[in-house]
Design a protein around this ligand. Structure first.
Ligand code: 3HC
Length: 300
């Protein structure tokens, strides 16, 4: 059944589906549900679903503890977040946000799978942070309904959302995702397709500069202190811990491959070495800093 569209072409969004739970998926689900748009999180692994649900639970719990939500409002938000291992009910969804691992083959498989199950007018968005929308759209039957929707970490507090228009993305799909981002209280910007889009295209050379400093013997804590004094909300070492070293390094590799003349590295990447040593950051308790039992706790 086709949905009505408004004057700007945006389709109404009554419910959403997030593919890939975990910290990012949980943050997107929480943000959506707390803004009155029910959401189902779908993952292939129960432990990821548990992580996404617990992330949403913690965020809701904090709002209750500081008196911003009454318990019954908190219960309603949590009730509006489904967690499932299958695609049940996805045929009624207005928008899908794919937030699975940053791997072209896996994203192709997941996007094709969900496209076959959703309504023909449902918009499918990818939360990719580096892969080109046109490359992701290759196996899709309806690339006009496919668009990028890139959130930043931590999702509930970062206002910016990049909306990425691929060569075949329709105006209606862009308008729908812009209006969804606005409904989530975010600041959407529509950007062109290309490795890293806007923010990560700038952030990657910055992190490369940081990696080179460390490779040349700089003390990461001093670099953090310097950059925080300079005005950044958090220095590059701590930011890597927040984003996840594995994610950051992987994203940087994709973007560097997209701009080989500009981002060629001639030193061994210390961040890559940290990934080899499983120092992923807050997500597993150790990155540049160590974290106490609360992974959101300040570093020590
Ligand atoms: N989850 C949810 N909420 C969080 C949070 C988290 N992980 N961390 C902090 N917050 C909330 C706090 O609860 C607080 O909310 P309140 O005002 O409602 O009480 C608010 O954010 C401010 O927190 P604090 O006062 O404790 O700390 P700060 O003033 O340092 O702000 C910050 C925290 C907003 C995260 C700030 O440090 C910041 O902007 N950091 C930079 C983050 C950034 O650059 N993100 C982009 C990463 S790149 C990326 O994601 C791209 C990807 O593709 C790789």
């Amino acid at each position: 059944k086709a949905s009505k569209t408004n004057a700007r072409g945006a389709r109404p969004i009554r419910n959403a589906t997030v593919l890939g739970a975990g910290i990012m998926g949980g943050g997107i689900a929480y943000t959506s549900a707390s803004r009155g748009i029910p959401v189902r999180m779908k993952d292939i692994r129960q432990e990821q679903l548990d992580l996404g649900s617990s992330e949403a639970g913690k965020l809701v719990g904090k709002q209750v503890s500081i008196g911003r939500l009454r318990q019954e409002q908190a219960d309603a938000v949590l009730k509006a977040i489904g967690a499932q291992l299958d695609y049940a009910g996805v045929d009624t969804t207005d928008v899908v946000v794919e937030a699975v691992v940053e791997n072209l083959k896996i994203k192709h498989a997941v996007l094709s799978e969900v496209e076959a199950l959703v309504r023909p007018d449902a918009v499918i968005a990818s939360n990719t942070s580096s892969l080109r929308i046109d490359d992701l759209a290759v196996p899709l039957a309806r690339p006009e309904n496919f668009v990028g929707m890139h959130f930043f970490n931590p999702v509930p507090v970062m206002p910016l959302v990049e909306v990425i228009r691929g060569a075949r993305t329709s105006d209606a799909a862009v308008a729908t995702i812009v209006s969804y981002a606005l409904a989530l209280g975010k600041t959407p910007i529509v950007v062109k397709d290309g490795p890293g889009f806007l923010v990560n295209r700038i952030l990657t050379p910055y992190m490369q500069g940081f990696g080179q400093l460390i490779a040349h013997g700089a003390d990461f804590e001093k670099v953090d202190e310097a950059l925080e004094s300079f005005g950044w909300p958090m220095g590059p070492a701590y930011l890597n811990d927040v984003v996840g070293m594995d994610t950051g390094v992987h994203v940087a590799q994709i973007i560097c491959a997209g701009f080989p003349d500009r981002l060629r590295r001639t030193w061994k990447d210390p961040l890559g070495v940290m990934v080899e040593n499983r120092r992923f950051g807050q997500k597993n308790g150790v990155g540049f800093y160590r974290y106490e039992t609360d992974p959101k706790g300040k570093p020590r």
